[in-house]
Design a protein around this ligand. Structure first.
Ligand SMILES: NC(=O)c1ccc[n+]([C@@H]2O[C@H](COP(=O)([O-])OP(=O)(O)OC[C@H]3O[C@@H](n4cnc5c(N)ncnc54)[C@H](O)[C@@H]3O)[C@@H](O)[C@H]2O)c1
Length: 264
């Protein structure tokens, strides 16, 4: 895939899908800026890229902080002079019965999963438009979920957030298309990451009758046509495609990466 020398910022880069996306994009030749609230984790991802011969730098970055977004984008412009890609992977999943999801928790879920994407796209769009005008366009990839396409018990705040990311991506795809900035959303099913496994644990602690995390994962695999849960690389490869020149005519789409789980 054509990613060589593209400059790409990935949030949530200390863990799971974000970290794997950084490694996959870097292996294909992209220059990566890693960002995460966990600054040490973001730095570790960047160090792994550099150890493998790639180019990376990191930020300790709270994606809910509008000023921090301005600083991160200004620093990327100073260091690299361009921004070809933005992958919004930072996220939280609150698993809680609706009656127990108080407004503060609901707001926290929207701040980390939705406000962050809004702030990031807004902070990045001028530099991305400038980069896009050099001839190869630019690409924003937002992490939604299959829970942004359908409802899920105990996931009211999370579904609300991921549904918003889905439609925000389409609205921005329409508006930023003439600037040659493509905007797409990716919708994973259950992925083996701290967030994915943690959500199984949360379901158990809120009384869903699952004997163990292993049993819950087994049940998901059983219901999935491809017969297994996803690994971060399954999602990272799709994100890489959406960042690459090969997807030059793909915008406003929602790409489901769930092994067929949600069609079954
Ligand atoms: N794992 C799954 O099953 C799954 C399924 C569908 C969608 N997703 C989505 O994919 C994305 C990545 O999830 P993951 O499974 O890799 O999770 P993860 O927990 O492994 O990684 C999420 C990262 O986001 C960071 N983060 C959290 N709050 C932040 C903040 N305020 N500022 C900056 N960074 C912050 C965390 O420090 C962490 O490193 C999320 O948006 C998630 O909702 C995950």
């Amino acid at each position: 895939m054509q990613l060589k020398d593209k400059v790409i910022l990935v949030t949530g880069a200390a863990s799971g899908i974000g970290r794997q996306t950084c490694l996959t994009l870097a292996a294909a030749g992209a220059r990566i800026f890693t960002s995460d609230l966990n600054g040490a984790g973001a730095a570790e991802t960047a160090a792994r890229i550099e150890a493998e011969g790639g180019r990376a730098a990191s930020f300790a970055h709270d994606v809910t902080d509008a000023d921090a977004w301005q600083r991160v984008i200004a620093e990327i412009e100073r260091q690299a002079g361009r921004l070809d890609g933005l992958v919004n992977s930072a996220g939280l999943m609150i698993v809680r019965p609706f009656k127990d999801t108080d407004f503060a928790l609901y707001r926290q879920q929207q701040a980390v999963n939705v406000d962050s994407v809004w702030l990031g796209c807004q902070a990045a769009q001028a530099l991305m438009a400038k980069t896009a005008a050099l001839g190869k366009g630019a690409s924003i990839v937002n992490l939604s979920s299959i829970l942004g396409q359908k409802g899920g018990s105990m996931h009211s705040a999370y579904c609300t957030s991921k549904g918003a990311v889905r439609l925000m991506s389409k609205a921005l795809a329409v508006e930023l298309g003439r600037s040659q900035i493509r905007v797409n959303s990716v919708h994973p099913g259950l992925v083996e990451t701290p967030l994915g496994i943690g959500s199984m644990q949360d379901l158990i602690s809120h009384g869903v009758p699952l004997p163990s995390i292993e049993a819950a994962v087994g049940m998901v695999a059983q219901r999935t046509p491809l017969g297994r849960m996803a690994q971060p690389l399954d999602v990272a490869n799709v994100i890489a495609f959406l960042c690459a020149d090969e997807s030059a005519y793909v915008t406003g789409t929602e790409l489901t990466v769930d092994g067929g789980y949600s069609i079954n």
